[in-house]
Ligand binder design. Structure first.
Ligand code: BES
Ligand code: ZN
Ligand code: ZN
Length: 486
């Protein structure tokens, strides 16, 4: 998909479709819509009336145009909230999805003076909006991408050109994470996930270290290895690093990379197991963050650490009642083998703490309880530092991804007490996502840390807003925004 700029008047744009964003009830306030409507002799307004187009989110009107150079005019509903950057992305996603058979599309950016952030988000929306996962479809069902060129209606400048490249880099990272999450678990094994991380991170200019089981054993990652015991697949530990010269801050991201979570001996029921290939979405986001940060050349040192394994039921599987000594030295009593993600993360966070990060963040599809609390589209944010929590919330407001801060309630810490080990790895049912976060906190020492529970938004049963069904690449856009704000 190539992006070009044009300042041609709308009726003269020679493209298959022109897309205009319209806020709720504001069709007659749109200068672009009025310009096209006039050229079309009022046909746009009549069609909107006939079809009952109001401009609500998700609405789309396709008009076979006639009297203008473009074949079609699209009106895309943007709802009542006016957030120009988000509107640019939403317009692009909807217009690209509606252009499956078209070769060229023009986007009239819903911003009074299109700047870098608007262009970036429009490009991000166009490239992520075109995403499909068709690797395993054959014959006619294989999608044939037709859309070759997207025209942005704005004056081309060097900074807007650069913004195109930035939007493309972020979108590519998001689409990569989606591919990794959507990939079936027999293909995206821990070894393959590590290979993909190595391939993409090193192509972007990052350094990559991959450890096998023996190397992890030498590093005393016994909690991580406990989770792997029931699996025929070898685990992998991956450390990616991007170190630009002159960086003043070091940020370390850790990702949960369970390529399949059957629950272990505390096996999940079939319904809950079906989508558990998504349990490496934290790792996929971490790979995406490293790749995008390196391509964007953010002036911050960024590390990405992913713990890759399956959680299976082989005869060597770890059991409830087992006790293991973590890399940090604390002993942990296993209660339920389905609470495996925190064990993998614990040893990864301990390794990450050795890097002495200014900020330590982890992404993990950690608890169903977080989805019960916040619904499927919002991630839980836990932090041991208010400034970090506020900075992350601010970044998420700009990126359009939804995070909500949850408390590290001290009182619940008692639920992790064990009579025979330093601690249990889980509490009881109530406050399940909080006790999971409290367990992780035991492994970050005194570093500023935030835990992002993305169990809901990382993987969707049906499309929502700009996000597709299946893997979403959630977390990457906010992390990049956070790094750029530092
Ligand atoms: N991977 C799951 C959490 C999950 C659930 C992610 C739904 C995405 C969608 C995690 O390993 C898990 O099984 N958690 C248990 C913890 C419990 C045993 C304490 C849960 O949430 O039920
Ligand atoms: Zn589990
Ligand atoms: Zn899991």
């Amino acid at each position: 998909m190539k992006f070009v700029f044009s300042q041609e008047s709308l009726p003269k744009l020679a493209v298959d479709a022109i897309a205009i964003g319209v806020h709720s009830g504001a069709l007659n306030k749109s200068a672009a819509a009025s310009e096209l409507n006039k050229a079309l002799g009022g046909a746009l307004e009549r069609a909107a009336k006939d079809e009952g187009f109001k401009g609500e989110t998700g609405e789309l009107l396709k008009l076979n145009a006639g009297a203008i150079k473009a074949k079609y005019a699209f009106l895309v509903g943007l709802g009542s909230k006016k957030e120009p950057e988000h509107d640019c992305e939403a317009l692009a996603v909807a217009a690209v999805r509606a252009s499956k058979k078209f070769g060229s599309l023009a986007l009239v950016l819903p911003a009074s003076m299109p700047g870098e952030n608007h262009v970036r988000r429009a490009v991000q929306g166009a490239v992520t909006g075109a995403y499909t996962y068709d690797r395993f479809l054959t014959g006619d069902r294989k999608t044939k991408p037709t859309l070759k060129s997207v025209t942005l209606v704005a004056r081309e400048t060097a900074s807007l050109r650069r913004a195109v490249g930035q939007g493309q880099a972020i979108a590519d990272a998001i689409n990569l994470a989606r591919d990794l999450v959507n990939g079936p678990p027999n293909e995206i094994t821990p070894t393959e996930l590590a290979n993909q991380a190595r391939k993409h991170a090193s192509a972007a200019g990052a350094k990559v270290l991959v450890w096998n089981k023996a190397q992890m054993a030498k590093a005393k990652m016994n909690l991580f290895l406990a989770v792997n015991r029931g699996s025929a697949e070898e685990p992998r530990f991956v450390h990616m690093s991007y170190k630009p010269r002159g960086a003043k801050k070091r940020v370390v991201f850790v990702g949960k990379g369970l390529t399949f979570d059957a629950g272990g001996l505390c096996i999940k029921d079939a319904g809950n197991m079906l989508t558990m290939k998504c349990d490496m979405a934290g790792a996929a986001a971490t790979v995406g963050i490293l790749v995008a940060a390196a391509r964007l050349k953010v002036p911050v040192e960024v590390h990405g650490i992913i713990g890759c394994t399956e959680n299976m039921l082989g005869s060597a599987a770890y059991r409830p009642g087992d006790i293991f000594t973590s890399r940090e030295g604390k002993t942990v009593e296993i209660i339920n083998t389905d609470a495996e993600g925190r064990l993998v993360l614990a040893d990864c966070l301990s390794y990450a703490a050795d890097l002495k990060p200014d900020y330590l963040l982890d992404h993990a599809t950690l608890t169903g309880a977080c989805m019960v609390a916040l619904g499927p589209w919002t991630a839980g944010l836990f932090a041991n530092d208010d400034d970090l929590a506020n900075a992350y919330t601010k970044a998420s407001q700009a990126s359009g991804e939804s995070f909500w801060r949850l408390p590290l309630t001290e009182d619940l810490r008692g639920m992790l007490k064990s009579p025979i080990a330093d601690m249990k790895h889980m509490g009881d049912r109530w406050g399940g996502s909080i006790t999971a976060a409290l367990f992780l906190r035991e492994f970050v020492r005194n570093h500023k840390w935030a835990h992002l529970d993305i169990a809901g938004p990382a993987y969707l049963d049906s499309p929502h807003g700009t996000q597709p069904k299946g893997g979403t690449g959630f977390g990457i856009a906010t992390a990049i925004q956070f790094l750029e704000n530092l």
